[in-house]
Design a protein around this ligand. Structure first.
Ligand code: AFP
Length: 299
């Protein structure tokens, strides 16, 4: 059984350090989950109440990433503005959603960590410039899915017995040819007529609706079963809910490496040049035929 530590040896050594730094925190984060379900009493940059666990998870991951000495800048949902490495070290910019799906903490539903990695001089650059993206899913089984151009998309399973490492579950993952599921974000009363048209089409094709309220979990099931995850533009909220830089871009990179496609209803999300680390975007990810149909509905 190949371990994550062995698998990442194929990568640039600095990039491998970023992946293993986050992966090595899983036991620490997992063991804190039951103890930190309350509010921290502060708000993040989006005006949302921060849960104690969000704040704590952000701090431990940021500390570990900075310690690698290969990270120049961190853009995190919980930090508001990009954080430069105080030692002036590093060449990578890492985008971080430390605890995606944090409103699922109270209800004990899925949540995870989403990471995107860039190696550009500019801090804010298009998603297509990512060199790697990965996520941790703290589910009944904890998994780490990472993608690079060289390795494709690979899933690792956290070993519980006598090891802190992850072991290869699925290598070079590809979306199934025919999608089975759709995850539909936002209240249907706020959906645009174009999106309603697409949903009617997808339902008529026999796709089933499954939605858990954490991007990590809702995307992960699409990677397995195929279909489409959407958090669309909404009436009164044309940019939808999800964040371009820290949420949409890493998952879009992964879905493309798995043979799927992404869209912001006009074109690929990965082509959008961000102007603000916190900007939002409509996001749709999944099988290419469904993304094509979605864009036709919006034309
Ligand atoms: P929280 O981290 O505030 O729970 O938001 C999670 C999220 O950004 C993303 O993980 C989900 O896909 C989406 O929001 C769920 O939003 P709804 O609660 O509107 O379904």
């Amino acid at each position: 059984m190949e371990s994550l530590n062995e698998h990442v040896q194929e990568l640039d050594a600095e990039l491998a350090k970023i992946i293993t730094a986050v992966a090595s925190l899983t036991d620490r984060i997992h063991s804190e989950l039951p103890h930190r379900r309350g509010m921290a009493g502060t708000k993040n940059v989006f005006g949302e109440d921060q849960k104690a666990l969000d704040v704590w998870t952000n701090d431990v991951i940021v500390e570990a990433l900075m310690k690698t000495a290969v990270v120049k800048t961190i853009i995190s949902e919980e930090l508001g503005q990009p954080l430069e490495n105080p030692d002036g070290n590093g060449t990578y910019t890492v985008t971080l959603d430390p605890l995606d799906g944090s409103s699922n903490i109270e209800s004990n539903n899925l949540f995870g960590t989403i990471v995107g990695v860039h190696k550009e001089k500019e801090t804010l650059t298009t998603g297509k410039n990512q060199v790697c993206a990965f996520y941790n899913l703290y589910g009944p089984i904890t998994t780490l899915v990472y993608a690079t151009k060289k390795t494709g998309v690979n899933e690792f399973v956290k070993h519980r017995k006598g090891s802190t490492d992850y072991f290869l579950g699925r290598e070079n993952m590809k979306l199934p040819d025919k999608g089975k599921l759709m995850g539909l974000g936002g209240a249907p009363k706020d959906w645009a007529p174009q999106y309603k048209k697409f949903v009617d089409f997808a339902m008529a094709q026999g796709l089933k609706v499954r939605y858990g309220g954490a991007f990590v979990g809702d995307f992960n099931q699409i990677l397995y079963y195929g279909g489409i995850f959407s958090y669309p533009s909404l009436v009164g909220k044309p940019q939808g809910k999800l964040r371009l830089v820290i949420e949409a871009n890493p998952m879009s990179y992964i879905v493309e490496k798995a043979g799927g496609a992404c869209s912001n209803e006009k074109g690929s999300v990965l082509e959008v040049k961000p102007t603000d680390p916190n900007q939002r975007t409509p996001i749709h990810l999944g099988n290419k035929d469904l993304i094509k149909k979605l864009e036709e509905c919006f034309r």
